[in-house]
Design a protein around this ligand. Structure first.
Ligand code: 5GP
Ligand code: ZN
Length: 114
C-alpha cells in the first residue's frame, strides 16, 4: 500500500473495476456511483490536482479526453449526454488527491451543480 489510494489501484494493490488501461491512463468504476455510468479516469502517474500539472503533461491530459470520448461511446451515453467533472480542493469536495475525471451519464443532471 502507498499513501495514495488511486496509485494503489493503478498498481493493482487495491482492486478496482478497471474498464480501460493504457500506458498513461487508467479508468475504473466509482465505488459509490452517482449515476448509472460513473467512471473515474486518471493518469497513471501521480498528479495531486490540476494545480500540480506541468507543461509536459499536455499530451497526458489530451489522452485522458480521448479516453473519455471512447468510454462515452462504449457505455452508450454519447446520444443521451454526459458530464465530466474534476472536483478540485476543499470547496469542490475533492476527497482523493490523485487527479481524476468523473465521467457521469445515464440520467439527467441538474444545473447548477450542488
Ligand atoms: P472526489 O470526491 O475526490 O472528487 O472523488 C473521489 C471518488 O473516489 C468518489 O466518487 C469516491 O466514491 C471514489 N472512491 C473512493 N474510494 C474508492 C475506492 O476504493 N475505489 C473506487 N473505485 N472508487 C473510490
Ligand atoms: Zn496517486
Amino acid at each position: 500500500m502507498s499513501d495514495c489510494l488511486f496509485c494503489d489501484i493503478v498498481e493493482g494493490r487495491v482492486k478496482g473495476d478497471v474498464v480501460y488501461r493504457d500506458e498513461s491512463v487508467v479508468a475504473f468504476r466509482d465505488i459509490r456511483p452517482q449515476a448509472p455510468v460513473h467512471i473515474l479516469i486518471i493518469p497513471r502517474k501521480h498528479v495531486a490536482t490540476i494545480l500540480d500539472l506541468e507543461a509536459n503533461d499536455q499530451t497526458l491530459i489530451g489522452q485522458i479526453f480521448l479516453v473519455i470520448a471512447k468510454l462515452v461511446r462504449d457505455q452508450g451515453i454519447a446520444e443521451s449526454g454526459f458530464r465530466v467533472v474534476v472536483n478540485s480542493g476543499a470547496d469542490a469536495g475533492q476527497s482523493v488527491f490523485h487527479l481524476h475525471f468523473h465521467l457521469l451519464g445515464g440520467r439527467r443532471f441538474g444545473w447548477p451543480p450542488g
